[in-house]
Design a protein around this ligand. Structure first.
Ligand code: AKG
Ligand code: FE2
Length: 495
């Protein structure tokens, strides 16, 4: 997957409008490997003197071990030099903070071990208690591991001596270590007297993260839904629909839980939080590890800008280019709100799915109107006024795209949820939606479908579409695509 596409897919709605100045993740080398080794040796010695590494106590579901460096007096000069003297000033510059207001960070070395009787190999999805955090890699003798950042849906494993610097309110986790031992230096940076604009930005991160709560994405056994499925014959455990793409628990052999993508997204939201106001619904929950391994883009730049700064308002971006109009409900020229359509997921035919030569199949995308990132609901007439058109403009895709036939189906653009109810119109979805009418299903999801005809010639094909305003033909929202592989029966048997 090339980098811009991957970027768009994996920087979900949350990341695209990530909060204000906090929408930056930065990776930078700070220490030579020899200093990292010295630190690990010193901490190991300390742990041995104290009877071993204590289990992390402050995150539910955490099963890693750590040593708090404030408790190791011999390391205080080291912390002063490398953390207070180098990492903290960098954080201040990166986030335009008053360096003098940043407090001495709490630091700990976390140890993830794959091969111990009581597994100590992961930290569950969480946010740190402080506004800013850094995680510095101290070694590389392990497999698996890394820091997963949910709003990017991406795992990072910086080289030894390099650190990730980011807003600590972002949900992140320490991924399971499969073999060996992983050490990181984690730092938590408080600010003395949080300025009002920072406070507001921090709240915004939290609200955005809450809207993407992972709670409904857990199976009955509380396991994270990790493995992607292409539907097949398995009914969704939540709505009963057969054949939709979705996710299954990583230990599905045990619990058999499968949920379709639409349910997973439609039921996400603060309403699912049982902890109520002030508690973090994902505490203790295992993360939704969505195809992290498929995300191949390399960190060519050291900083990922989640959102180019636009003074005073959140800006949605597409391929790094700000989308015209505002995300926060600014009126368009026609007096109506700007319409957004953010890609959420493929409901059918995920990228790379196999189809037969000549097969007619329906591709369905799930989109969001962007209200979770501050955009307005679509105006009433938007569904009827939206049209799906082919958009195969890229030279490299045109050659294969031209062989793919398509037919826009009646009701190609369709709201998910309750909007159409009460206006005598057929609602999108199935019997499972009836249940939704009584709960807090977000009313901002849209399904878009198109019928495709696979070419006769085996190979990989990709066709692009986008939504346009029916009258003006002005495009809006994310570019959509269907990406599939035509496999002949002969080929399949010979594989
Ligand atoms: O190990 C990691 O990458 C994450 C560590 C972390 O998030 C923490 O210690 O708070
Ligand atoms: Fe953390």
């Amino acid at each position: 997957m090339e980098s811009t596409e991957c970027h768009r897919r994996h920087t979900s709605a949350l990341a695209l409008a990530a909060a204000d100045s906090l929408g930056v993740l930065h990776q930078e080398p700070f220490l030579p490997a020899s200093e990292c080794e010295r630190l690990v040796d010193a901490v190991e010695r300390h742990a041995q003197q104290c009877g071993g590494w204590p289990l992390l106590g402050d995150y539910e579901g955490a099963t890693s071990r750590h040593v708090q460096l404030e408790h190791v007096p011999s390391l205080h000069p080291w912390l002063q030099r490398h953390v207070v003297g180098a990492i903290v000033p960098r954080l201040a510059r990166l986030f335009s903070l008053d360096g003098g207001a940043l407090l001495r960070p709490h630091c700990r070395v976390v140890k993830y071990e794959a091969d111990v009787a009581r597994p100590a190999h992961t930290i569950a999805l969480h946010s740190d208690g402080t506004p800013f955090s850094f995680i510095l890699s101290l070694n590389h003798a392990f497999a698996g591991g890394g820091t997963y950042v949910r709003c990017l849906d991406r795992a990072f494993s910086p080289p030894v001596g390099s650190a990730l610097l980011f807003c600590g309110r972002w949900l992140h986790c320490g991924l399971p270590v499969r073999s060996g031992v992983r050490y990181v230096l984690a730092g938590f940076v408080e600010i003395d007297g949080v300025p009002a604009d920072l406070e507001e930005a921090l709240c915004r991160v939290r609200r955005l993260e809450e809207r993407l709560s992972v709670v409904p994405r857990l199976c009955a056994d509380g396991e994270g839904l990790r493995r992607r499925i292409d539907g097949g014959g398995t009914p969704c455990a939540l709505c009963g629909t057969v054949g939709r793409a979705g996710r299954t628990c990583h230990s599905c052999a045990k619990c058999g839980f499968v949920a379709c993508t639409r349910c997973l997204y439609a039921r996400a939201g603060p309403a699912a939080c049982e902890g109520g106001e002030g508690s973090w619904p994902w505490r203790g929950a295992l993360p939704l590890l969505v195809e992290v391994e498929r995300c191949e883009w390399s960190l060519s730049a050291t900083t990922i800008e989640l959102r180019p700064e636009e003074k005073g308002r959140a800006a949605l971006t597409r391929h790094g280019v700000p989308v015209s109009g505002a995300a926060q409900g600014e009126e368009g020229q026609d007096g109506r709100g700007e319409r957004h359509a953010l890609f959420v997921d493929d409901l059918t035919v995920p990228d790379g799915a196999s189809v037969r030569p000549g097969q007619v199949f329906t591709k369905v995308w799930l989109l969001s109107q962007g209200v979770e990132v501050g955009a307005m609901h679509w105006p009433e007439e938007a569904v009827d006024e939206s049209q799906l058109v082919r958009d195969d403009v890229d030279a490299e895709t045109f050659e294969n795209a031209r062989w793919v036939g398509h037919r826009v189906l009646p009701g190609a653009v369709c709201l998910v949820g309750r909007e159409r109810r009460g206006r005598g119109e057929q609602e999108c979805g199935d019997a499972g939606d009836e249940d939704d009418s009584n709960n807090d299903t977000p009313r901002h999801l849209v399904e878009v479908k198109v019928e495709l005809v696979a070419p006769e010639q085996p190979g990989r094909y990709r066709v692009y579409f986008r939504l346009v305003h029916r009258n003006s033909l002005d495009g809006f929202g994310d570019r959509l695509w269907a990406d599939f592989v035509v496999v002949s029966l002969k080929q399949e048997f010979s594989d």
